[in-house]
Design a protein around this ligand. Sequence first.
Ligand code: SF4
Ligand code: SF4
Length: 275
Amino acid sequence: MNIAVLSGKGGTGKTTIATNLALLLEANYVDCDVEEPNGFIFLEPEDIKSRDVEVEIPKIDQEKCILCGDCIEACKFNALAKTKNKIILFDKLCHSCGACGLACPTKAIEYTKRAIGKIEEGKRGNISLKRGIMNIGEPMAVPILKELLKELSEEGINILDSPPGTSCNVVNVLHYAHRALLVTEPTAFGLHDLKMAVELVKRLNIPFGLIINKYDENNPYLKEYMEEENIELIGKIPFRREIAENYSKGQTLIHVEKYRGYFQQIIGNIEEVLL
Ligand code: SF4
Ligand code: SF4
């Protein structure tokens, strides 16, 4: 079973929840926040193996090219352009669709590989840990996410630590999720972004529950919204300076006796409400 942990906005404590749950559940952990994957800081995997994620981009044989421009017309992503005497490629705009090669009348186009990021895999005890890392300046995370999520373990639970927000990267992760945990904080911004995340999981028909991080009593709007939308509360993590200090040192919370209980309660509620 794949459980996605997501949040409408960054900074809500999504990775804190995902990493601690992975440890307590002995679940495999997959860090899908490829622009800023920081789960490994807390989980400290061993024996990390790394491999590149590559995409195919066209390579034009200028000797065979007759500058007809058919490839430019075929490219729906504006990745090709004609100069005075050659066709040039804007490689970061290329979506590797292959249309240019099909359109070329002289077979001047071949394809070559370009690395856009990497996948790292390691172990911590019995659990396997994976993350995708996108190279700086790359615009497209989807090929890395696809590679990262294509061979998930079919045994036990996989925790998918999603990117923040509700972008197409999150939608891509949710395509692999059987259940979702939405993490929010009790602020006006938190509520605004939570609403978008709720809409998304509802639209994709994924059973979900809510975890409130940095919880304090004074948020009637969040309570009202949960009642209106009939949202199950799976757990709360209190607002404590000590938790932020732990986070800044890369420490997990389940190893602090007084916080472990919050995560045990979350797991009990996941089993009762979502499984
Ligand atoms: S592979 Fe597709 S996206 Fe890339 S340059 Fe060719 S037509 Fe454009
Ligand atoms: S379609 Fe082929 S021949 Fe025509 S401009 Fe493009 S690469 Fe050159």
